[in-house]
Structure formats: structure tokens, C-alpha cells
Design a protein around this ligand. Structure first.
Ligand SMILES: *[C@@H]1O[C@H](CO)[C@@H](O)[C@H](O)[C@H]1NC(C)=O
Ligand SMILES: *[C@@H]1O[C@H](CO)[C@@H](O)[C@H](O)[C@H]1NC(C)=O
Length: 401
């Protein structure tokens, strides 16, 4: 009996892997997982903030929008503006109770926009966005169309750059703007689109790029290549360096723009307790880093063994199943890091009950505006709460200083 069951099990597994009905969304040749080696975590991510402070966040516009990824305030301090899952950029009203459509990136919008993930190819999907403080122009990254710009009145944005060194961006991601008008931005993958982010993440290949667009010459140059899931971008307050998040390696890389080491790069912060999405200046010289979720020993092992991912993704299930199996329910984790790369604070929602899957932290007037590619709301954390005592793990802070 046992032998019979075993034979059936082996046969079924072989059939699933062979996938004669082509149920799996990917084929052997295009999915090629890499070994991703991370330093072990010596602590439980939830212990970094025993006050569990992110769980005291509020939810803005709950149920009225989906997937506000990046937040920006205009030069008059209005907003936030954010790109949502139907491809538009919305502007939140002063009282925070409603919003209006401010801009869009596609000339071909339809009722399907926001309904189906596949529609993103034609509808667009805006990730990182930032206002030029002098001109009032909104610069943005549409994951499908590339680096774009729209005037202070909004409307249809225009494409500024969508390729570099002959390689078109497949997954344009995040940006920052320097005072000379140059834009620093990331191209996450040359093969996977934004809607396939789980495949890009699970593969862990070193194919991401950090780029620079110079409006004076209308040229785009590659500063760094070989990044594993290049994600958030932020300039330092003196613009001597630009940071780029490498999500798959759970680290932040620093690319020097000025000084004797200009043109070289080093690791600014390694072994993050989670997978970094966007990074934003905190206005005091430091940075806020949004982590998609916390790391775990299980996840680290899965990333160390490509054969596990190869096997799983050959089975005829939608990739999102593997997100649920590997990641489970995401939690909320954000970090504050100073300009020397020292940890200053960690705020957690350890069960992801109120705020989880952070994509960006934008500090504005004493509040943290929290974006997420999944959530049907904008998270808002009032920093005035912090004075009441709850706090982050001092041992971890010291170790990371
Ligand atoms: C416009 O979108 C529809 C589907 O929403 C698609 O069939 C059509 O090819 C698109 N046209 C262009 C010019 O992108
Ligand atoms: C900038 O260069 C692109 C091609 O790289 C071109 O399509 C575009 O028209 C140029 N823009 C300006 C303002 O010259």
C-alpha cells in the first residue's frame, strides 16, 4: 500500500513538473533562480520594536484606493500625491477625506485599468514620484513606460527616458532629483515586468541598474549594473552620494557622486531585517527605509537554494501562491538610518494588523506617510506619539552603530 502511494506521488510530481498542459506561467528557460546568500539574522525582527509602534498608525482613505506606492508633497506642501493601481496619480485633499485624479501616464486608458494586473501594460503603473522643488514639475517612474514628467497642472505625463545602452527598461522603479536637475533612478529588471515582481524577487538575478538622466544633454547613463532587484533611490542632503536599495540582498548600496571616491560604490547598510523597497530623506540628513516585510530563517534558506525555487515555480500554480508560501502574511517594518549608515530607529507592526508591506515612508510635518503596493489605504504614523516612551531595541541599535 505504502509503495503504491509513493509511486502515485512520484508520478504526480513528475507530471506537475513536466506540466504538459502548460499551466505554469513560466518556462525553464526564462526563470533562472540564483544563489542569494545573506548574513544570518541573530534576532527576531519583531523584537526590534517592543512598542510595536507601527500598529498605532492610522489609515487614510481606507477602501477608496489601492496600492499607493510612493508619496510626494508639492512645493506648496499640498498632498500627498501618489500613484495607485489603476495607473493614475492622485492628489489627496487638505482634509485627507477625499482625492482627485491629478495625472496619468497612458494615452490608452480603459475600464480594465485597476481591475486586472495584465492591464498594467497598457494602463501604466506609477511607482516612485517626486516634485522638482523649483519648477513644480512632477517627475515619476512608470514601471512600464520609464522616466516621465508632468507639469504642475497635471494631466498626461510625457516619457523622458525609457532605455539606456540599448536596453529598454522593463521595470522602471524609483527616482530622486538633484539640485542641478539630474535624475537618479532604477531599472529593476531587463526581463520581468512590475506585475511579475514575484518572479524577479524569487529569481534574485543581478540584473538591476542605477541610472542618471541629465536634462542638459538629454542623455541617460548607467552608473551601476548587476544589482539584485534595484529598488529605492535617495540622494544624501549634500548630494555627495546617492543610495540605492538592493532588495534581494537586503542591503543599501552607496554610489559616490563627489569627492575623491566619486564614481565608486560601497555598502552603506547590509543585513537589513527585511527587503527594502523605497528610501527617502528624513529632512535631518538621515533616511527612512521601507521594508516590504521582515526576513526569516526560512526565507533566507529558500534564497540560498535556487533548486527549491526552480522546483516550486515549475509547478502549475500562479506565482502569488509562492509569495504566500514563502512570505506568508507580510508585517510592517520601517527603519530610520543616519547619513553615516547607523541605525537610529525601527518601527514595527509585528503582526501586520494595522500596517504591513511598506513600500515608502515620506516624512511630512511630524507625520510619516506610509505607502504600500498592496494596501487599500495610506498609512499615517504620528511621530508625536514617540515622545510617550515606547521604543526600539537599544542593543540592536548599538550593534548597528
Ligand atoms: C489600448 O488598450 C487595449 C486594451 O485595453 C488594447 O487592446 C489596445 O491594443 C491598446 N492600444 C494601444 C495603442 O496601446
Ligand atoms: C531626448 O532624447 C530622446 C531619445 O533618446 C528623444 O526621443 C527626445 O526627443 C529628446 N528630447 C529632447 C527634448 O531633445
Amino acid at each position: 500500500m505504502a509503495r503504491y502511494l509513493l509511486t502515485v506521488l512520484v508520478a504526480l510530481t513528475a507530471l506537475l513538473i513536466a506540466d504538459p498542459l502548460k499551466l505554469s506561467p513560466i518556462t525553464d528557460t526564462d526563470f533562472n533562480p540564483a544563489v542569494v546568500r545573506l548574513e544570518p539574522l541573530r534576532y527576531d525582527v519583531a523584537s526590534l520594536d517592543r512598542g510595536n509602534r507601527l500598529s498605532f498608525s492610522e489609515r487614510l482613505l481606507e477602501g477608496k484606493l489601492r496600492g499607493p506606492e510612493s508619496m510626494a508633497f508639492d512645493p506648496q506642501g499640498k498632498g500627498p500625491y501618489t500613484g495607485i493601481n489603476d495607473g493614475t496619480i492622485i492628489k489627496v485633499s487638505d482634509d485627507g477625506q477625499s482625492f482627485e485624479t491629478f495625472a496619468w501616464t497612458s494615452t490608452n486608458r480603459s475600464a480594465a485599468c485597476g481591475d486586472k494586473l495584465e492591464a498594467e501594460d497598457t494602463c501604466g503603473r506609477v511607482l516612485g514620484l517626486k516634485f522638482h522643488q523649483e519648477t513644480g514639475d512632477l517627475w515619476l517612474m512608470d514601471a512600464y513606460f520609464g522616466l516621465m514628467k508632468v507639469g504642475p497642472e497635471g494631466g498626461l505625463a510625457t516619457v523622458i527616458s525609457n532605455e539606456a545602452e540599448g536596453q529598454r527598461f522593463q521595470f522602471a522603479n524609483d527616482l530622486d532629483i538633484a539640485s542641478d536637475g539630474c535624475v537618479y533612478f532604477t531599472d529593476t529588471s531587463p526581463r520581468w515586468k512590475r506585475r511579475q515582481f514575484i518572479l524577479a524577487f524569487a529569481e534574485g538575478q543581478a540584473e538591476g541598474r542605477l541610472l542618471k538622466y541629465d536634462p542638459a544633454t538629454n542623455t541617460t547613463t548607467v552608473l551601476l549594473k548587476g544589482l539584485r532587484f534595484a529598488n529605492g533611490v535617495a540622494l544624501s542632503s549634500d548630494e555627495s552620494f546617492v543610495l540605492v536599495n538592493e532588495l534581494s540582498l537586503a542591503r543599501i548600496v552607496r554610489y559616490w557622486l563627489k569627492g575623491p571616491t566619486a564614481g565608486s560604490h560601497d555598502v552603506f547598510f547590509d543585513n537589513l531585517p527585511g527587503y527594502p523597497d523605497n528610501i527617502r530623506p528624513d529632512g535631518r540628513g538621515g533616511f527612512w527605509v521601507a521594508l516590504h516585510t521582515g526576513r526569516s530563517k526560512v526565507m533566507d534558506s529558500i534564497f540560498y537554494w535556487p533548486s527549491i525555487r526552480s522546483f516550486c515555480f515549475k509547478l502549475p500554480f500562479k506565482p502569488f501562491i509562492w509569495y504566500l508560501v514563502y512570505v506568508g502574511k507580510p508585517i510592517g517594518v520601517i527603519l530610520n538610518i543616519d547619513e553615516d549608515g547607523k541605525a537610529q530607529d525601527a518601527l514595527i507592526d509585528s503582526l501586520g494588523r494595522v500596517f504591513a508591506a511598506a513600500s515608502e515612508v515620506e516624512e511630512h510635518n511630524g507625520k510619516l506617510y506610509l505607502g504600500s503596493v498592496f494596501n487599500p489605504y495610506i498609512g499615517v504614523y504620528d511621530m508625536a506619539r514617540d515622545k510617550k516612551g515606547a521604543g526600539a531595541d537599544r542593543d540592536w541599535m548599538l550593534e548597528r552603530q
